[in-house]
Design a binder for this molecule. Sequence first.
Ligand code: NAD
Length: 405
Amino acid sequence: MSGDTYRSLLQSIGAGSYVQESSSDEDLQQQLEAFASKCAGKACERIRQAAVASKHEPGIPFGLWLQEREENQATARQVLNVLKLPVSQNATKTDKELWDGLWQVSREENAWKILHDMVPRVPLSDMAERAGTCTAVGRFEEVASLIEQSSHILVLTGAGISASCGIKTYRDNDGFYASIAKEFGLSDPEQVNDIRTFRKDPLPWFKHIKGIVPDKRAPRGPSLTHQFIRALEVRGKLLRQYTQNIDTLEIAAGISHVTFCHGSFASATCVKCGFHMTDGTQVNATIADGKVPYCEQCADGVMKPDVVLFNEPMPAGVLDGIEQHTGDADLLLVLGTSLAVTPCSLIPALVGLGDAPRVLINAELAGRDSDFEHFLKGPSDVTVQRLLDALDWHLGDKASAVEGE
Ligand code: NAD
């Protein structure tokens, strides 16, 4: 650290009067160390508190402060409370998952600012009240006019936009998960989706995804919401769609500017020898038949669709893409997601660093209160139809057809 940093740290904790113009770097360092030891493991927290009181950003990295909290054996919920971040929305998460989320934020250069922007400014109750009035026609027209004016629309989607295609959302499938876990003797339903479980026995996961896997013999059509996103693309308004879905209905809808954040069933890879199939159709058909797909190269390895399971890395480019596109967007539309999974759950806050309006179209409130300026409550297809009416856009019956181009 430089002498200037010691000086500004001492000033930020209210010890500025002890800083002499003539103080050497060594003196300043000693004063800071004395302060740190006196605070018995709370030096970083003192600095944060002083910064909050003076409405400044703490002069230390968020990761350093977090490390101190961890060393003091704070729980993640205590940390979130201190930061004034809502704990209730994370009720189903384990402490470890919450800690993982905090460490992930700590890797961002502007972590303090991201966290500051996540603090709810509108009480949840007010937002819920607003939700009741959001279904008024005026709100649809307001959002429709935002769409009309925008040319770099960032779209984030989740399982809710495929619900009308007959695919259950994660939430709606909760009980199914638990029953599979029980059937295969797994202690936690989440283990069904874990790569470590899959490597030992792929059957729990194959059974779970039978209701999502695309089957060429009984193809599903995309929903009106998928078609609407395609219509944005055809009209040159779609910057990018980030989907958490794995069902590939974006491809069926003809959307090309799309990132599959959790991978998809479009391709498959052997978990043993790494043999890669760019076309997952055959593998998917075998899974849909209730059988295990084996590798045609090494013969005894299991072919896994390129869907990201827990404890697997994100597909390359997702994080960089999010960073770039959240900065370039002039409007954010978030549809059919509970916003419970990072990194996509951070997208509204990242867009919020700029001034693009943010719209949530969902069956229920999701995310943090500070995440959205507009909320259109209800099934996404119903909301989308009203937006289409307000925009006077007409979609053809077929997935990719857009009339009036
Ligand atoms: P989620 O199940 O956690 O949340 C779905 C959200 O959509 C909820 O907030 C729900 O209220 C809302 N919703 C339900 N029906 C809706 C409708 N008709 N219109 C609008 N909103 C509706 O889903 P998630 O946030 O996408 O995260 C779940 C995880 O599970 C993801 O990782 C995803 O890959 C995986 N998943 C994918 C699929 C799929 O590909 N179709 C299906 C189930 C689960």
